[in-house]
Design a protein around this ligand. Structure first.
Ligand code: GLA
Ligand code: ZN
Length: 679
């Protein structure tokens, strides 16, 4: 297992490097990431290359048994480049160019920038292809900015639209340009829409897709070179978890595996739902384990810094990611820089370079992870439940949320958090994923739903799957036009309902939701209600307010050998989602290994012969968890008797051999859901 730090030797005197390498090795670190923003040092003037600094650093690290991931340095252009080719700097909406001096300020369509980026990539790849301790590459840094509005980008957008839509007739249909007299008669007439303004939502969605594609293409230019010249090396990129601007599925396609940058310490201590969700999104991009390329090492901030990690918390943050499928752990950064914008983005070492508390905790974590590596090898998160995560829906809901407060990630979060509390692992999957391996699929707010995707969901239910969908699902087609159908459109056979009207519930307004005996309780609908008429579905909750008394809030419909659930409101109480998720899990015959106490996370990584059970305490109180018999404490290497105690922010990893597949399938056959459905 590779564990290490992001290291910037160019920030420190050469005399210090040996001390750094020695301390790294002492901590058990086996890898560093280098060269991320180092373009000007490697190409001090156009076409003149100098890799001596990296060479020297790599040789020293090699002596200490440390490998390296090199970055293509294209997230910061050298000053000479900006001066010689000002058009490489991105143009803002108002037509002014970005000023050189920050990072990530290039236009991704600019031919010169693409050419120079390929050249430095090729020069690096040639030079380091056979350096023994170079093991892989990170493309650029955190793709996703900036949006550029230059004439080249506009022309490229027009070209991309022509490729996507083929003819002007098709294009005009897709954008619905009969509205407001927006018919386009020549491709060159198309402008860049303003998503913050009142431009055509179909235009805004295509512009977002185009921007995403530009980044993917830019990366692809580099990947091709690296694959060609460095066939022994892996290629990854440092993603940003729940970042919204790019189609991360597409960006991941070219890579060997995904890495991501995890900084969960902003704000007060709280349960790390988002870090868990982000990790699952990252694992879902390629359906395989990932690395953490930048892991929280201390307070973070560029002007104001966040709170510091509490004792035990740095270790907790790292193990949480390992539990979700991280197979590599790289802390950002080794030592806190004394210069530049990131003086307060703290590393494992402070400005003083001394190996203190945070260093020691990382070293402890590294030791533990190395010890567990043979057991982690070949395992990944085992999930019977999937959540569909769809960038088209995310973007379309950002362009037009429909009701105030509507946010795609929050919509997913309501269920994700309840599943987290229930101790159930989740796979995050794209809209077109094969769902047949999942017992339960949740597709909240799946706003953009092309017909083939709807058909797939209906087939999934007919074939025995349990599906939950909710508000504003199936409203839009793939071009961001409203489907001319009664909602839930093509999903109707799976859901057995009709939604002829709906209602925003703004501000402090709300509606009382009353459960039936099958779904007991009184709850509060906020933000939005669908006026749902059951058409074959069973009503599980309804409203008591006079104007919507006859409508359902929650329904379940048996369809084929499966069932489709519909929730037509946003509910204020977490308890509602906890109860709903419990019922969905029952319906799908999914059982958690145990019910973790509040604030304790349960994750299972499974391999062919054994499984690892992670318990991660996200609270500042010790927690005791009752666990099934027959488990071993993998970190302490001893049997574990019935219960484990987790200290504040504590982590315990348990393991056991897997039951034989024969015994398991026999058991599965006998299973019946509490509502009588046979699983
Ligand atoms: C990002 C970048 C790093 C560094 C950190 C801290 O995650 O990838 O280069 O800038 O933020 O600001
Ligand atoms: Zn541009």
């Amino acid at each position: 297992m590779y564990i290490g730090v992001d290291y910037y030797p160019e920030h420190w005197p050469r005399a210090r490097w040996a001390t750094d390498a020695r301390l790294m090795r002492k901590a058990g670190f086996t890898v560093v990431r280098l060269a991320e923003f180092n373009w000007v040092n490697m190409e001090p003037s156009e076409g003149v290359y100098d890799f001596s600094l990296l060479d020297e650093a790599l040789a020293l690290l090699a002596k200490h048994g440390i490998s390296a991931i090199l970055c293509t340095p294209t997230a910061i252009m050298p000053a000479w480049l900006a001066r010689a080719y000002p058009a490489t700097l991105a143009t803002q909406r108002d037509g002014t160019r970005l000023t050189w001096g920050v990072r990530k300020n290039n236009c991704f369509s600019n031919g010169t920038y693409r050419l120079l980026s390929k050249r430095i990539t090729r020069a690096m790849a040639r030079y380091f292809a056979d350096t023994p301790n170079v093991i892989g590459w990170q493309t650029d840094n955190e793709f996703g900015h900036p949006f550029c509005h230059c004439a080249t980008c506009r022309a490229a957008f027009q070209e991309w639209l022509r490729g996507r839509h083929g003819t002007l007739d098709e294009f005009n249909r897709a954008w619905g340009t009969h509205f407001w007299g927006q018919r386009i008669q020549e491709w060159a007439e198309i402008t860049i829409p303003d998503d913050a303004g009142s431009h055509n939502p179909s235009a805004c969605l295509d512009w977002q897709r185009f921007f995403s594609w530009l980044n993917v293409r830019f990366q692809h230019d580099q990947v091709r070179i690296l694959r060609d010249l460095c066939p022994r090396h892996f290629i990854t990129h440092n993603f940003m978890g729940l970042f919204k601007e790019l189609d991360y599925y597409a960006l991941a396609r070219d890579l060997d595996f995904v890495s991501w940058d995890n900084y969960p310490v902003w704000g007060a201590p709280e349960i790390r739902y988002d870090a868990a969700l982000a990790a699952d999104v990252m694992r879902g991009l390629k359906r395989r384990n990932f690395w953490i390329m930048e892991q929280t090492a201390g307070p973070c901030g560029w002007g104001v810094f966040s709170r510091n990690v509490r004792p035990g918390e740095l270790r907790n943050i790292a193990w949480q990611q390992c539990a979700h499928g991280a197979d590599g752990m790289v802390w950002f950064r080794w030592r806190t820089c004394t210069a530049g914008r990131e003086q307060y983005w703290h590393g494992l070492l402070g400005h003083d370079g001394r190996p203190l508390r945070r260093y020691k905790e990382a070293a402890q974590t590294a030791r533990e992870m190395h010890a567990l590596a043979p057991l982690l090898d070949g395992t990944t998160v085992a999930a019977d439940v999937a959540i569909v995560y769809d960038y088209d829906s995310l973007w379309a809901l950002r362009i037009q949320p429909g009701f105030a407060e509507n946010d795609y990630q929050k919509a997913i979060g309501r269920y994700y958090r309840a599943l987290f509390r229930a101790g159930v692992n989740v796979d995050i999957v794209p809209r077109d994923a094969d769902l047949s391996r999942y017992k339960l699929v949740l597709a909240p707010a799946l706003h953009v739903l092309p017909d083939d995707a709807a058909d797939r969901l209906v087939r999934y239910v007919r074939a025995g799957g349990i599906l939950l969908v909710d508000c504003r699902t199936a409203v839009k087609d793939g071009t961001n036009l409203c489907h001319p159908r009664t909602l839930p459109g093509l999903l109707t056979p799976a859901l057995g309902i009709a939604i002829e009207e709906y209602d925003a519930v703004p501000g402090t307004m709300n509606c009382a939701v009353q459960g039936t005996p099958a779904f007991p309780g009184t709850f509060t609908a906020v933000h939005y209600t669908d006026w749902v008429r059951p058409r074959g579905a069973t009503q599980l909750a309804g409203y008591t307010d006079w104007h919507i008394r006859k409508y359902a809030a929650l329904t379940r419909h048996a369809c084929g050998t499966g069932a489709g659930w519909y929730l037509g409101a946003v509910i204020k109480e977490d308890a509602f989602y906890d109860q709903l998720v419990r019922q969905l899990l029952d319906d799908a015959c999914v059982t958690a290994l145990l019910r973790p106490p509040a604030g304790v996370e349960l994750c299972v990584r499974r391999g062919a012969r054994h499984e690892l059970i992670f318990l991660v305490n996200h609270t500042e109180e010790p927690q005791t968890v009752a666990v099934p018999a027959g488990l071993r404490d993998a970190l302490r290497n001893r049997a574990c008797a019935g219960r484990v105690t987790l200290e504040r922010y504590g982590v315990v990893v348990l393991w056991r051999a897997r039951r034989s597949p024969v015994a398991k399938s026999k058991r599965a056959k006998e299973q019946t859901a509490p509502n009588g459905r046979t699983c």
